[in-house]
Design a protein around this ligand. Structure first.
Ligand code: ZN
Length: 326
């Protein structure tokens, strides 16, 4: 019942009941058309998302008036919904972007490629608690055959819902640090990996993405050094070999941006300190349980900090770093 209020979904019933082999678009080219009354301002947002997905994958988008194309429309004002992927016998493809769907466009666009929800993966129960009460179209689990698991489960996936309501849908105890990470509006590295493997793109983009992340590393010293970092940028920290790197994010600078009720979905700081830094590491947006984690080890060299905000802002994040002798 409460899950039915989450009007963000992918119509997977029909398409997933068929073989997954038919799900990718021929020639990696997704056809789309805008319904005539689709507002211009939002048309730009969709085209921006299309350009983003094209830039990180070999998937092409082509405007087409064919009735085989995905019709982008605003017919149902309260729904963000997309018919998943491609199938030879399927017509009536659509992406309905209701009035509150601007920040879900990337999510819906990935549905058009054929991807389902992260919380529908067959292995999701290792990571998520999903109550029986919440099992319906939105939280159903796919079987091993039709689940697309080209990358490890990723709490930062743009295809994962926020844990609302938490009594029915939340990270399992061992993964609770990811509570506020769920519901990201950004394409994660593993979303990119999945898309590219799914479409058989040349798997050489790791280098490309790493290059975009790496800037001139900042060397840590024994004394606290404060760095003012604009949101929307990345900091690369070079720890001293064998020493512990400490990082402290000023909560005040983050507080100005965060809408508490939305968790870290829109504005967040990510410190990539876990061994697998291709995955989205737990996000910080003032969530106090992560304070104790702000002391990081050097097991990830260099350590990368990403500061994100969904809109351009002049607010700076204040990050302090130092290393300790042990
Ligand atoms: Zn969805």
């Amino acid at each position: 019942m409460i899950f039915k209020l989450l009007l963000l979904f992918c119509l997977i019933g029909l398409t997933f009941s068929h073989a997954m082999a038919g799900m990718t678009w021929p020639n990696s080219t997704i056809l789309y058309r805008f319904r005539a009354d689709f507002p211009d301002r939002r048309r730009k947002l969709v085209l921006h998302a299309i350009s983003h997905v094209s830039s990180i994958s070999c998937i092409k988008f082509q405007e087409s008036s064919s009735n085989l194309s995905v019709e982008v429309k605003n017919e149902f004002k309260n729904e963000c919904a997309t018919k998943c992927g491609w199938h030879p016998r399927s017509t009536g493809r659509f992406m309905n972007l209701g009035d509150h769907c601007d920040s879900f466009i990337l999510h819906e666009l990935l549905h058009t490629t054929g991807l389902a929800h992260e919380h529908s993966r067959y292995d999701r129960d290792k990571y998520l608690f999903v109550s029986d009460y919440g099992i319906d179209n939105q939280t159903c689990k796919l079987n091993r055959t039709n689940s697309i698991n080209f990358a490890p489960f990723d709490f930062g996936s743009v295809m994962l819902y926020r844990p609302i309501p938490a009594e029915f849908f939340r990270p399992r105890k061992d993964y609770y640090d990811y509570f506020y990470t769920m519901g990201s509006r950004y394409l994660s590295f593993y979303n990119t990996v999945t898309l590219n493997k799914y479409y058989g793109c040349n798997y050489g983009f790791e280098g490309k993405l790493c290059e975009t992340l790496v800037s001139k590393p900042i060397q840590s010293t024994m004394n606290w050094t404060e760095i003012a970092v604009p949101f929307g940028t990345t900091v690369v920290l070079k720890p001293v070999k064998g020493k512990t790197l400490e990082i402290n994010i000023s909560p005040e600078s983050v507080d100005k941006l965060v809408q508490k009720e939305l968790g870290c979905s829109y504005s967040n700081v990510e410190i990539k300190y876990l061994e697998d830094r291709r995955a989205v590491n737990p996000l910080y947006c003032g969530n106090p349980e992560l304070h104790h984690l702000l002391q990081r080890s050097t097991k990830n060299d260099p350590t990368i900090i990403l500061l994100r905000n969904h809109m351009p802002t002049k607010i700076l994040g204040n990050v302090s770093i130092r290393f300790r002798s042990q």
